[in-house]
Design a protein around this ligand. Structure first.
Ligand code: 5AD
Ligand code: SF4
Length: 459
């Protein structure tokens, strides 16, 4: 593993300044998970560090960067579509630089395709390229040739990368990178490399900065936060990290994702129960309710072990809510196995589900498995799962009416003149109010609900 600290690249900044007559503008678009969104914030920070302004339309941009996701095929197709749509822009402005980075660029077949079929893409680099972006850009400009990096795994932890955060009140804070679990459907361990934790002191320093800057919600990120601390010189586990961070004085809430059920401990649940800064909501992706499928997925837990943990959390944390990720149509999943998933969903009573139809990823073990079910079979199962979830969640949401909750106001609501606020339990309430409240705490009385959306009024 490589550990380093970001250094400003003065030579690259000079090359850029010579190339552009006016300060250049960059447009960065991130796809996929929060880790990738956080990477996108760092890409923008690094670009600002060498003289770029940040814009929000491709037409204004001198540099367009797509920070991509490889988790499902659909996401990849969208990127190729969006890159294809830039061809015209490049013909009109040959000085436009187009870059593709992130998880897709960690796959050889993607880099080959970009090289062969998208000659107007100037720059390709993977997830460990953020701090080297100025050097790569300068190289592209100096040489006047495309700069395409072959996928490699640097497995680096680079501290102090400049960052331009999207929000002034909600922040992402990665505590670890990579994944060693190799769930058989998942491309992440291949593209994001080996699991490595940031030093607790570095995490704590960033956390304190965020609290001091007035951030009200901080979400700790990792592919499997429950294995935080493995491999550090002074071992510390995730529950202890949470307790350490929450000693920081201030008015803030902490969330985290993602917890792998195989490593989620009772100690973690006790820590959540004991600490007011920690939201009483746990995202604990189960993926399937069938032991046969869980084993084929290489998940290392049974439905019973999962449910025991959920029961312990329900007993220990009053009012706790759960959310989960579920994959429908894993290769060979039978009707009976799918119904075990429906049973588990009913047993837990999730407030929210993130559901995905299995997507075959080249290079993973599951891609080799026979898959006798059609896409239509899987779509029909997905609809049944969604219906089951709605039958559970809608009444559970409606039952919260009458309570008054402190919410963080996030954005304008869909209905004109309303705002959306997020509850501790991760549900969203829509209530009348003006934009000046965005980013503030508000006490909201819950008056009813519409599907999974709570309705309320400010008290
Ligand atoms: N197909 C469908 N869903 C997937 N996920 C990960 N890999 C795949 C795949 N190949 C889902 C899992 C994971 C979430 C982030 O994405 O449910 O928890
Ligand atoms: Fe993928 Fe499993 Fe790692 Fe999550 S824990 S990133 S699903 S391999």
């Amino acid at each position: 593993m490589e550990k380093s600290t970001y250094v400003h690249n003065a030579a690259a900044a000079e090359t850029l300044a010579e190339y552009y007559d006016a300060p250049p503008m960059a447009y960065v678009h991130s796809y996929g998970c929060q880790q990738n969104v956080n990477d996108g914030e760092k890409l923008e920070g690094v670009l600002q560090d060498v003289g770029f302004g940040i814009c929000d339309s491709v037409e204004q941009a001198d540099l367009i960067l797509f920070n991509t996701c490889a988790v499902r095929e659909h996401a990849e197709q969208r990127v190729f579509g969006n890159v294809g749509a830039l061809k015209k822009l490049k013909e009109q402005n040959p000085r436009l630089i187009i870059g593709v980075c992130g998880c897709m660029a960690q796959q050889k077949q993607v880099v080959d395709k970009l090289r062969q079929s998208y000659p107007y893409v100037d720059l390709v680099f993977g997830v460990d390229g953020i701090d080297r972006l100025p050097a790569m850009l300068a190289e592209r400009l100096r040489r006047g040739r495309r700069y395409l990096e072959e996928p490699a795994q640097r497995n680096a932890v680079v501290e102090d990368i400049p960052i331009r955060r999207d929000s002034g009140f909600r922040a992402w804070l990665p505590i670890m990178y990579g994944c060693d679990n190799f769930c058989t459907y998942c491309i992440v361990p291949y593209v994001r490399g080996r699991e490595r934790s940031r030093e607790p002191a570095a995490v704590l320093a960033e956390f304190r900065q965020l609290v001091a800057a007035g951030y009200k919600e901080i979400t700790l990120l990792g592919q499997n936060v429950n294995s935080y601390g493995k491999g550090l010189a002074d071992p510390i586990d995730f529950a202890d990290l949470l307790a350490l961070l929450c000693q920081t004085p201030g008015d803030y809430k902490v969330r985290f994702m993602t917890s792998h059920p195989k490593d989620a401990s009772r100690k973690l649940i006790d820590t959540i129960a004991a600490n007011d800064h920690l939201c009483k909501h746990i995202h604990l992706p189960v993926q399937s309710g069938s032991d046969r499928v869980l084993q084929a997925m290489n998940r290392h837990y049974t439905a019973k072990q999962y449910l025991d943990l959920i029961d312990y959390a329900k007993q220990t944390i009053p009012g706790v809510t759960f959310s989960s990720d579920i994959i429908v149509g894993f290769p060979g999943e039978t009707e009976e196995e799918f119904e075990e998933t429906l049973d588990l969903v009913r047993r837990v009573g999730y407030m929210q589900l993130f559901t995905f139809i299995y997507s075959k990823r080249t290079g993973t073990k599951a891609a080799e498995l026979p898959d006798p079910y059609t896409h239509a079979d899987k779509t029909a199962r997905m609809e049944r799962l969604l219906r089951t979830q709605d039958e559970i969640a809608f009444p559970a949401v409606a039952a919260l009416a009458g309570r008054t909750e402190r919410v963080l106001v996030e954005a304008c609501g869909r209905t004109p003149g309303t705002l959306n606020g997020r509850l501790d339990n991760n549900l969203v309430v829509e209530f009348p109010g003006g934009e000046s409240l965005i980013g503030q705490w508000a006490d909201v009385e819950l008056t009813g609900s519409r599907a999974a959306l709570l309705l309320g009024r400010k008290v």
